[in-house]
Design a protein around this ligand. Structure first.
Ligand code: G16
Ligand code: MG
Length: 214
């Protein structure tokens, strides 16, 4: 039987991808590159460093290590500025109702995000009060699809991986959950999330008792 729900952040609880996109586009002007929306899709769930590496590859730009570390700082400063006004209205539809249902049912709730800014976002949106444990980009050394972020979630809650259900919008995140021996529920398009045990478009109207079979 399942005891905990582990949530990804961007694309599951909130849509911070729009802010990451804006900040990466702004950074791109430094090396004359215009990031597209399709490319931004490929950066979802990917760490900050890895995102920059991918963008530089697409731009065919060979940056020095100094440039890269300066740009990572600049991108994040710009991103922090862009998310500074985030508020509870940016919680994705159906999320609060779903959290309420699982809390009532006695499930533990944890975060498993690649973002180093997860706590700020959870605070600004008020989501933080729902969480028993937060595992974010500051607490892991390996990126999804490595299961580290979710395995740390399970061990931090003191339960087995097989007692966890992961909610993820990114392919790499679903892979991470499966690699960690957890149940994976994909949020989004079933064609994109083939490895998930089940896929839902979003949380609107979702009955937790049906979805999680309790
Ligand atoms: C999120 C986003 C990624 C972002 C990553 C790192 O992942 O989807 O686009 O690059 O966090 O964010 P930061 O620069 O804030 O450390 P997740 O795992 O929450 O979907
Ligand atoms: Mg995500």
């Amino acid at each position: 039987t399942y005891k905990a729900c582990l949530f990804d952040l961007d694309g599951v609880l909130v849509d911070t991808a729009i802010y990451h996109f804006q900040a990466w586009k702004n950074l791109g002007t430094k090396f004359g590159y215009a990031l597209t929306e399709e490319q931004n899709e490929l950066l979802k769930g990917v760490s900050r460093v890895e995102s920059l590496n991918r963008i530089l590859t697409w731009a065919n730009y060979s940056a020095t290590e100094d440039q890269k570390s300066t740009w990572l700082i600049e991108k994040n400063e710009n991103y922090l500025d862009l998310i500074s006004n985030m508020n509870p209205s940016e919680i994705l539809p159906g999320v609060l109702d779903f959290l309420n249902q699982i809390k009532q049912a006695g499930y533990k709730i944890a975060l498993g995000s690649a973002s180093k800014n997860a706590e700020i976002i959870l605070s600004k949106t008020g989501l933080i009060e729902w969480f028993d444990l937060i595992i974010d980009g500051n607490k892991v050394t390996k990126s999804k699809p490595d299961p580290e972020v979710f395995l740390k979630g399970a061990s931090g809650l003191g339960i087995l991986p097989t007692e966890c259900i992961v909610f993820e919008d990114a392919q790499a995140g679903v892979e991470a959950a499966k690699a960690g021996n957890m149940r994976a529920i994909g949020i989004g398009d079933v064609e994109m999330l083939r490895q998930a045990d089940k896929v839902i478009p979003n949380f609107v109207g979702i009955q937790a008792s049906e979805l999680l079979q309790f």
